[in-house]
Design a protein around this ligand. Structure first.
Ligand SMILES: Nc1ncnc2c1ncn2[C@@H]1O[C@H](COP(=O)(O)OP(=O)(O)OP(=O)(O)O)[C@@H](O)[C@H]1O
Length: 279
C-alpha cells in the first residue's frame, strides 16, 4: 500500500481553483518534496492530506484512509510539524515534549526526541526563552514524539542557521531510514535536492513537473555547458548534449584542462524555467 494516493484533487475557494485536479502518489518510506511559488496551492494540498481542510473534489487516501473522515487512531499515525506550535508555551522543552507525547499510544521518550532534534543543552529551558531556530526544533520534536508513520513538514528549516539545517537534514534522513514517510514543502531548492527521493512542482493549482531531483523537468538530459580557456587566453563557452566527444577533442589539441568546467542546469535553473513556462 502507498502512503498517499491522490486522484483528481480539487479545492475551490469561492470562484478560485486553488487546487485544480492533481494526482499524487507517495510511497511508504519515501521523502517527497512539494515545491512551487507563493500561492501555488501547496499548503492547501498538504492541509487536505492532513485532514485539516475539506476538499471540493477528488479521491484522497492517506495511510489507507480518507483524511476527511478518519478518526483519532489514524491521527496518531500522522505527525505534523506546525510552524510556531510551541511559541507561547511557558513550559520547559522537556515538559512540553512529555505533555504532547502523552496524547499518543507509543510515544518516543522525551530524552530520545530531545537528543534527535539536538536540544539536549536546552531541555530544562522554558520554550519562551529559546531562539527562533531552537523553537523550530521544538516544533519538529512535537511532530515526531508520537512516532508517526507519516510526517508532514511545512517549510521546516525557515530561520535555521546553516549548521542547524544540516543537522535537521540528518534527522530527516534518519527518520526516513527508520521507515517514516516524509512529505515536505520548501522554498529551498538545495534542501529539496539534498533530501527528496522525489519531488513535484506545483504552479497555479496544478502539478507541472514530477520526478527525482536529478531528472525533474528533463534535467538529466539537458545540454551541458562546457567552458574552457585556450593557451592564448581566449574563453570558450559551448552547450553540448554529450560533452564527452568535445572533451576528447580538447585533450588531443592540448588544451589546459585546469580551466575546463562542465555544468548542467541546477535544480533551481530547472525549477525557475518550469515555473516560467507555467505562467
Ligand atoms: N482560506 C482561504 N480562502 C480563500 N482563498 C484561499 C484560502 N487559503 C488559500 N487561498 C488561496 O488559494 C491559493 C493557494 O494558496 P496556498 O496557501 O495553498 O499556496 P502555497 O503554495 O502554500 O503558498 P506559499 O508558498 O505562499 O505558502 C492562493 O491563491 C490563496 O490566496
Amino acid at each position: 500500500m502507498e502512503a498517499i494516493e491522490v486522484t483528481g484533487l480539487r479545492k475551490t475557494y469561492k470562484n478560485r481553483e486553488a487546487v485544480d485536479g492533481i494526482d499524487l502518489v507517495v510511497a511508504r518510506g519515501e521523502i517527497f518534496a512539494l515545491l512551487g511559488p507563493n500561492g501555488a496551492g501547496k499548503t492547501t494540498t498538504v492541509e487536505i492530506l492532513e485532514g485539516h481542510r475539506r476538499r471540493s473534489g477528488g479521491d484522497v487516501r492517506v495511510l489507507g484512509e480518507d483524511p476527511g473522515k478518519a478518526g483519532s487512531a489514524w491521527r496518531t499515525r500522522v505527525g505534523i510539524v506546525l510552524q510556531d506550535a510551541a511559541d507561547a508555551a511557558d513550559l520547559t522543552v522537556r515538559e512540553m515534549i512529555r505533555h504532547v507525547g502523552g496524547f499518543y499510544p507509543e510515544p518516543r521518550s522525551a530524552d530520545e526526541v530531545i537528543e534527535l532534534v539536538g536540544l539536549t543543552a536546552k531541555s530544562k529551558s522554558k520554550i519562551r526563552t529559546l531562539s527562533g531556530g531552537q523553537r523550530r526544533r521544538v516544533d519538529v520534536a512535537l511532530g515526531i514524539v508520537g512516532r508517526p508513520e507519516l510526517l508532514f513538514l511545512d517549510e521546516p528549516t525557515t530561520g535555521f542557521d546553516p549548521e542547524a539545517r544540516r543537522q535537521f537534514w540528518e534527522l530527516i534522513r534518519k527518520l526516513a531510514g527508520d521507515g517514516t514517510t516524509i512529505v515536505l514543502t520548501t522554498h529551498y531548492l538545495d534542501e529539496a535536492e539534498a533530501l527528496a527521493d522525489r519531488l513535484a512542482v506545483m504552479a497555479d493549482g496544478r502539478i507541472v513537473a514530477e520526478g527525482t531531483p536529478a531528472t525533474l523537468g528533463g534535467r538529466s538530459g539537458a545540454a551541458a555547458r562546457v567552458r574552457w580557456r585556450t593557451a592564448d587566453g581566449v574563453a570558450h563557452d559551448e552547450r553540448h548534449e554529450d560533452p564527452t566527444e568535445l572533451i576528447h577533442r580538447l585533450v588531443n589539441t592540448g588544451v589546459d584542462l585546469t580551466t575546463l568546467t562542465i555544468t548542467r542546469p541546477t535544480l533551481e535553473d530547472t525549477y525557475l524555467s518550469l515555473i516560467g513556462e507555467a505562467r
